[in-house]
Design a binder for this molecule. Sequence first.
Ligand code: ADE
Length: 251
Amino acid sequence: MKFSVLTLFPEMYSTFCGTSIVKHAIERGITEIECINIRDFSNNKFRHIDDTPYGGGAGMLMQVEPIDKAIASVRQENSYVVLMSPKAKPYKQADARRLMNKEHIVIICGHYEGLDYRAEELIDEKISIGDYVLSGGEVASMVVMDSIIRLQKGVIRDESLDEESFDNALLEYPQFTKPAEYKGRRVPEILLGGNHAKIRLWRKKMALYETLKYRKDLLRGRKFSEEEIRLLHQLKKELEEGKDPLYTYEV
Ligand code: ADE
């Protein structure tokens, strides 16, 4: 799939495109990222692309013409145009899954106090990465591209994606690597043995526990399997008995 990023700061993308998973996806031809400088479509010799708002008020607005022209310069038949903006519902993993199937995503990075409203009418969707205001859409666009690129086939192992937080509405269980003991803190015994059925249940229990601790809201309205209900009861018992669920597992 291809991304065309319309930005005032194309240089911000060189590290993003040249590092780690995104770099590999580009090298293997799974993803293409082109960065277009919106200033190239300015209608004046100063390369300005912003102006003061009609009706008064603080700040400057990005003008519609350079944005319209920049979009036209990259638009294909299958293009899906998004605007990075704090004025939208916060982005979720489900949005990454929905957008991963688009062939061409054009991302407009907003700046200043926003865009001329007529530019907003040129887009298919606005995306916010959270309820806070960034100085521009660039960092947000990298968040969105990263989340989509790593879902593309062949970028990372399918099994890694299967167990991830959010997709099944539970946070990921705790993971450990060598050494088995560090400053007296042991890796839970259950992970050192080879009983995969028990390990799977322990991980499910811990995923429920992590979600209860940090993101109870994700559990609201969720349908629990019989196994999950049993694990929740077990968790409750362990906590009531003052045990640390990390180190406890009873069948
Ligand atoms: N531009 C400024 N703030 C933003 C946000 N929270 N998400 C996306 N784009 C933005």
